[in-house]
Ligand binder design. Structure first.
Ligand code: HEM
Length: 518
């Protein structure tokens, strides 16, 4: 009798446990939440994404869209509700609507800061984000960032002249020997471009440009920056959602390497800021950092409202500068690597670019940004490369700041919103034959570049659009045009986009390429 009672209680407990587990797994954050996979404790739906495509979570998300027959997939990343938007029009809508301008509080972002605080622009929101973004962009603009500016263009040109000399005449310094093989002339990509764009950014931030012999530090920080970009994943790693995993598994969770590379890069930025401070003169504001120091001295005690309350202060300056230096160190070089691989795989494209350059630029000088209007095919090549190998496949996560509706679904406040930029840039009804590299798709019947035809979203859009879009587009155009004007390219193996790596950004695995002078 007793034993059958015990069996009954046990059976009831098992039923209760199983029904709780099922309810937990199938929980939806709202009555009308987009369909998607179940969740498990702690990790949310991460294991299902990893099982579908361990290395490329945006491709796993595309499979989920197919499986659930829905352009919006609803799931959990760790404990947080999230939606992934896999539709061009809806991504555009999200990017334009202010209620999706929030950023989630990710540990991946916090570990960039010495005190694990949310600082800078990339990963903050609310008043602090608005205030810092406005100050950075307005002030950097005065030093030539984000617009046509002779000094910035001359810096870029000077860097390109140095790069051409390095590739034609060979390395002269130890740090150059690490990226260009003296005997074979093969260059390591994307590392060979580490100094090119960061040096331009450095002048705007610190009023200093480093000469070739002093550029070792740029190659060192470039390595850290690339490691940060490669170590993440589309959605910020499980480490972002269950940060305590770092205490159990510091290596596997990637905490250690991410913390180390950020500390190293921030240390260099801090020493640059200290140098500016030592020679600071309020009657001679030489650069962005001087202007920020002035702001700290004038308004440093005013704090912004929000969860992390800082206003203008030194640590904010460091992370803010990192927000602009890290992409210059490694996002543009990584993109350049992807473009060069496309050019090697499509020699017929280079055969069309060169005559255009020969006709409009000639042999006596290098291409300039002023030539851009006369070089529509070259411009279309860069645009098509930005579309086809979308650098940030899932954008940077947004967050809904209020309860709202999207595409007929109810999205509760606090839901992460992941924009499937790679998905949108390969949507067949917007870009026919989306996986074919075809720059002509952006040219009209007269062979002119048509911006209306370019509906791609490599930089996002709206209020959170990439703060470096104009700088990156100018830098990529000038560099690609100059390299095609000066060199032909060969690689030992035909590059294959299937080998790309997905981290915070897409990169090609390190590769070597030979630049042969024309
Ligand atoms: C080919 C190069 C680049 C691409 C494709 C790219 C793409 C992106 C994307 C997709 C975002 C997220 C937009 C969103 O949240 O919806 C972003 C944000 C951002 N980018 Fe870029 N980026 C590039 C280069 C740069 C450069 C060179 C800089 C600075 C020098 C830069 C600075 C930023 C900043 C500060 C943000 C955060 C904006 C905010 O949250 O308000 N990016 N970028």
């Amino acid at each position: 009798m007793i034993s059958s009672m015990e069996d009954l209680i046990l059976a009831a407990l098992v039923v209760l446990f199983v029904s709780c587990a099922i309810r937990y797994a199938l929980h939806r954050p709202s009555d009308c939440f987009p369909p998607g996979p179940p969740r498990v404790p702690l990790l949310g739906s991460y294991p299902f994404l990893l099982a579908l495509n361990y290395h490329h979570l945006h491709r796993a998300a595309a499979k989920l869209s197919e499986r659930y027959g829905s352009k919006l997939v609803g799931l959990h990343l760790g404990p947080l509700p999230a939606i992934i938007v896999n539709d061009h029009e809806t991504v555009r809508e999200v990017l334009q609507r202010g209620e999706f301008d929030g950023r989630p509080d990710l540990f991946l972002a916090r570990l960039r800061d010495e005190h694990y605080a949310r600082r800078g622009i990339f990963f903050t929101d609310g008043d602090s984000w608005r205030e810092q973004r406005k100050f950075f962009l307005k002030t950097l603009h005065e030093y030539g960032f984000g617009r046509r500016n002779d000094a910035v263009e001359q810096d870029l040109q000077a860097g390109l002249v140095e790069l051409i000399a390095l590739l034609k005449d060979g390395p002269q310094h130890e740090h150059e020997r690490a990226v260009v093989d003296e005997k074979t002339g093969y260059a390591l990509c994307p590392q060979v471009f580490f100094a090119l764009f960061s040096n331009v950014m450095l002048r705007m931030l610190t009023a200093t440009r480093l000469e070739r012999e002093d550029q070792a530090v740029l190659f060192d920080v470039g390595k850290c920056s690339l490691a940060f970009h490669r170590q993440g994943d589309d959605y910020g790693l499980a480490l972002s959602y269950i940060p305590w995993i770092r205490h159990l598994l510091p290596g596997f969770s990637r905490y250690k390497v991410l913390r180390d590379v950020n500390r190293k890069a921030n240390g260099v930025i801090r020493s640059l800021a200290e140098k500016c401070e030592q020679t600071y003169n309020e009657d001679d504001i030489r650069c962005f950092i001087d202007a920020y120091i002035r702001e700290i001295r004038l308004n440093g005690n005013k704090q912004t409202s929000g969860s992390d309350v800082f206003g203008f202060e030194y640590d904010q300056l460091i992370i803010g500068c990192a927000d602009f230096l890290v992409p210059a160190f490694s996002a543009i070089p990584a993109k350049l690597g992807l473009i060069l691989q496309r050019l090697v795989a499509h020699p017929s494209v280079v055969e069309k670019m060169y005559p255009e350059l020969e006709q409009h630029v000639g042999q006596s000088r290098l291409p300039l940004l002023d030539d851009r209007a006369q070089l529509p095919y070259c411009e279309a090549v860069v645009r098509e490369a930005l579309r086809i190998d979308t650098l940030v496949p899932s954008g940077i996560p947004h967050v809904a700041t209020v309860d709202t509706q999207l595409a007929g679904f109810h999205i509760p406040k606090g839901t992460l919103v992941i924009n499937g930029l790679d998905y949108a840039n390969h949507q067949e009804d917007v870009f026919p034959e989306p996986h074919t590299f075809r720059p002509e798709r952006f040219l009209n019947a007269e062979g002119k570049l048509s911006l209306e035809l370019d509906r791609s979203l490599p930089f996002g859009a709206g209020k959170r659009v990439c703060a470096g879009e104009t700088f990156a587009r100018n830098a990529l155009f000038l560099t690609v045009a100059t390299l095609v004007h000066q060199f032909t390219f060969t690689m030992e193996h035909t590059p294959d986009p299937a080998h790309h790596l997905t981290g915070v950004i897409r990169t090609a695995p390190d590769f070597t390429i030979k630049f042969s002078p024309r």
